[in-house]
Design a protein around this ligand. Structure first.
Ligand code: DSN
Length: 420
């Protein structure tokens, strides 16, 4: 055994330890409004950082290509059984390393190269893997798009139906990265049935809300459901695919050996932990609070004169259209970052700016809610966003907000500082 085998990270690699400590301080001291991030529990982090990372387990439980899988089989079984119970799904594959791979697994299982995928346009809130031209999904398959209504900023289901009739998709994707409203999965099922397409719901953003019953579930309507496990689900990085029983074998073969080799057993263990936590009543209440906080923040933003795409929110996020403030998303993201508020620039529907500039910011409440903040903190946050974006060049405003943010965050620590 080499000398430093049992030494701590802080001793073996002070440079990397400094990064960990730096980001721990950033996470504790700042307000995180990135809609796709969350804070997993200590138990999830412990499983994710466990010695299960050492184990190769290609294959599935009790059908592996390696010996010594008796313990990891048990943890994959737990993850599968818990996910099935949590979402009411017939079949779940818990091995995808990411949301992109979960989506790829469905496409590779059900489509042939050149088949048409119909998804929401990326700049309207869709995802790269929903048929966007520079992604594998738009290169191997023919990507067609639907859009939100220019007037309402919301889905117009009759318009989606018309696009489906014109484009003859083999698979329709619903579920988005930046759509603030409830999705009508039944309407999508009807559209898919009318054109003989499969329906895939990518619920990566809203999976926690769906698990808690705060957003309607697609399980009754979609043939396939994919989700990452690290957004509102509050688990570790990674993803799962759910499907009707009739597609179980095709999906499993598509994930392994189709597109992946060895599953990350430490992350599958952590997923099992997250699914167990998601069955608790207090976790459900937390998901309800994520939406309540989002609505409070949205109404305060509207009161302060911000334009929100679609006029508000039904879920964990909102999209602020900054054109009336004469600001781009890039400028807003940077100014707020200097004031201790992290969010991301985001295209708005029909955005006149380039995707790297954008006219909007996406604002989400999962992280602030997980750390315990409520309605009065949402009012404060909206006020700080307003102060900074009214004078994005004013260093004294940003410094004042940064100090106030730090004081508030001190009352709602995320993780203990340990040895940092
Ligand atoms: N990158 C994710 C998000 O921020 O929504 C989507 O994959």
């Amino acid at each position: 055994m080499w000398d430093s085998f049992h030494e701590k990270l802080s001793v073996v690699d002070p440079e990397v330890w400094e990064v960990v400590c730096g980001d721990l301080a950033r996470q504790n001291d700042g307000i995180n409004l990135i809609a796709s991030e969350s804070y997993p529990s200590r138990a999830v982090l412990q499983a994710a950082g466990s010695i299960l990372t050492n184990k190769y387990a290609e294959g599935y439980s009790r059908k592996r290509y390696y010996g010594g899988c008796e313990f990891v089989d048990r943890c994959e079984d737990l993850a599968v059984e818990r996910a099935k119970k949590l979402f009411g799904a017939d079949h779940v594959n818990v091995q995808p390393h990411s949301g992109s791979q979960a989506n790829m697994a469905v496409y590779m299982a059900m489509l042939d190269p050149g088949d048409t995928i119909l998804g929401m346009d990326l700049s309207h809130g869709g995802h790269l893997t929903h048929g966007f031209k520079v992604s594998f999904s738009g290169k191997i398959y023919r990507g067609e798009k639907y859009f939100v209504s220019r007037e309402t900023g919301q889905l117009d289901y009759s318009e989606v139906a018309a696009v489906a009739k014109e484009t003859h998709p083999k698979l329709i994707v619903c579920g988005y990265s930046a759509y603030p409203r409830t999705i009508d999965f039944k309407a999508f099922r009807e559209i898919a049935d009318d054109v003989g397409a499969y329906l895939m719901a990518d619920i990566a953003h809203i999976a926690g809300l769906v698990a808690a019953g705060v957003h309607p579930s697609p399980v009754e309507y979609a043939d396939f459901i994919t989700t990452t496990t690290h957004k509102t689900l509050c688990g570790p990085r990674g993803a799962i695919v759910m499907c009707r029983g009739e597609y179980a074998q095709a999906i499993d073969k598509s994930v392994f050996p189709g597109i992946q080799g060895g599953p990350f057993m430490h992350l599958i263990a952590a997923r099992a932990v997250a699914f167990r936590e998601a069955m608790k009543p207090e976790w459900k209440r937390m998901q309800e609070n994520i939406v309540a906080n989002s609505k409070t923040l949205a109404s305060k933003m509207l009161e302060l004169g911000f334009d929100l795409v679609s006029g508000g929110t039904d879920n964990h996020l909102m999209l602020a259209d900054l054109r009336s403030k004469n600001l781009t998303g890039t400028v807003a993201e940077a100014a707020l970052g200097e004031a201790g508020i992290t969010l991301n620039k985001n295209t708005i529907p029909y955005d006149p700016e380039k995707p790297f500039v954008t006219s909007g910011v996406r604002i989400g409440t999962p992280c602030v809610t997980i750390r315990g903040m409520g309605g009065s903190e949402m009012d404060l946050i909206a006020g700080w966003i307003n102060d900074v974006l009214n004078s994005p060049e004013d260093a004294s405003v940003k410094k004042r907000v940064l100090d106030e943010v730090k004081v508030l965050c001190g009352k709602y620590p995320v993780y203990p500082k340990d040895e940092c």
